[in-house]
Design a protein around this ligand. Sequence first.
Ligand code: HEC
Length: 139
Amino acid sequence: MKKTIALLPLCCLLLWQACSGDKASGKPLNPNGDSELALLMREMFEDGMRVREQVKNGQAIDIQVDFEKIMTAKATDPKKMQPDDFPQLAGSYVEAMKALKAAPAAEVQERYTAMVATCMNCHENICPGPTVRIKKLIL
Ligand code: HEC
């Protein structure tokens, strides 16, 4: 019992860190290394920043990140970070990415904005830390 209590603050700290965002230091967030989902999220962000430039410059976009992996990648703590509404939130993001990929030139901006909104929507619901960073994706 005593042990469990002693571990509680540590767990909270790890969870808070995982969802709190900016790892300028580049160090892994938790002692077991970064989760598959956290690594994918970073790729989604980096790829998003590249695509944002293309949208801003009116160029053709090329999405490189394997975004459908969001449906299967494991989080740092799947119980807390992939709650019951995760599949639905992740599904909206995947649909938005597909729509962006398929968008005719005239609709790219609108689709891009809708896609970033699905990042924000999931994060505001289950993982607020990275929202500061995600705002950089807004056009
Ligand atoms: C369905 C929910 C969901 C969607 C949609 C989503 N995220 Fe995340 N994101 C998460 C969860 C959960 C974590 C925590 C993962 C972990 O720590 O294991 C996370 C973590 C992150 C992190 C921190 C990664 C790190 O370094 O630890 C960033 C940055 C991020 N997301 C950006 C984005 C961006 C950009 C998008 C859209 C392109 C996006 N997210 C869409 C749920 C989501």
